[in-house]
Design a protein around this ligand. Structure first.
Ligand SMILES: O=C(O)CCC(=O)C(=O)O
Length: 258
């Protein structure tokens, strides 16, 4: 293990358990981020083949998607990614925060183009994943440049992980599976952070990122981990849909009420 990667302190663990989120400063070396960012470039360049448009508008045909949020996975293009020290660190650090044994689940590359993106609206990850992940998931979010509210940093609802799963709905005007829920925005904590910092959030923490109004891309790699044995998504809530953006097909998985 690279000595640079920090261990979770008792204060960080206590903060995460109370608040449902945490900023870890200076966690990942710049050279590791340079490699990760370079590997992700092809996902932007070849987005029609390798990515979904997470904010696919219902006014656009499949072939005309404007990719207001590119949604892909670094694992599609970087075969050795699972052996990278930052990945081992995410599991170790996340496990300490959650107080459970974790396995790495999946990663996403989420890129917002300059000026023409949209927010990733308020949601809880369990709203997408279903009851299988009940208090059993954690996410480590890695921006590939400095972020603040002008280019899409994380916002969290403080202590929201202690208040159950909120009713979600599909975001209006979208053809993708993008969900949202209503929150008390007065409790929102804005988390501007620097390249090298990482945020963690519990799978029940309501969170959002703002649109990118800057002149540069906002790129982030998000890393989802689950308790060993949780078995991935399932036992879904009634708002869940899956959209296959190769075909445009919309699938409604079996669900039960909230
Ligand atoms: O990067 C984004 O826009 C949203 C990320 C997110 O919602 C997550 O990592 O859970």
């Amino acid at each position: 293990m690279n000595m640079h990667f920090p261990d979770a302190s008792a204060e960080q663990i206590a903060f995460f358990r109370e608040h449902g989120w945490l900023v870890v400063e200076d966690a990942i070396p710049q050279r590791d981020l340079d490699r990760l960012e370079a590997e992700c470039e092809v996902l932007i360049r070849e987005k029609d083949r390798l990515a979904y448009d997470w904010a696919w508008s219902d006014k656009e045909d499949l072939k005309d998607r404007s990719f207001r949020i590119i949604q892909s996975s670094p694992s599609f293009v970087w075969k050795d990614i699972r052996e990278q020290p930052y990945r081992e660190w995410l599991i170790r650090f996340g496990a300490a925060l959650m107080g459970m044994e974790l396995s790495y689940w999946y990663d996403q590359f989420l890129a917002k183009p300059p000026h023409r993106s949209v927010p990733t609206y308020w949601h809880q990850d369990e709203g997408y994943w279903g009851r299988n992940l009940d208090d059993r998931g954690v996410t480590g979010w890695i921006p590939l440049q400095d972020v603040d509210a002008r280019n899409g940093c994380m916002h969290f609802i403080d202590r929201g992980h202690l208040e159950g799963v909120l009713p979600h709905r599909l975001v209006e005007g979208m053809r993708s599976d993008l969900l949202t829920c209503d929150v008390d925005a007065r409790r929102a904590v804005v988390c501007p952070i620097r390249r090298g910092d990482v945020t963690f959030h519990h799978s029940k923490t309501p969170h959002m990122t703002t649109a990118n109004t800057s002149d540069r891309w906002r790129k982030a790699v998000t890393n989802h981990m689950q308790q060993v044995g949780a078995g991935g998504e399932g036992d879904h809530y009634p708002w869940k849909v899956t959209v296959n953006q190769r075909t445009g097909e919309r699938i409604v998985p079996p669900s039960r009420p909230l």
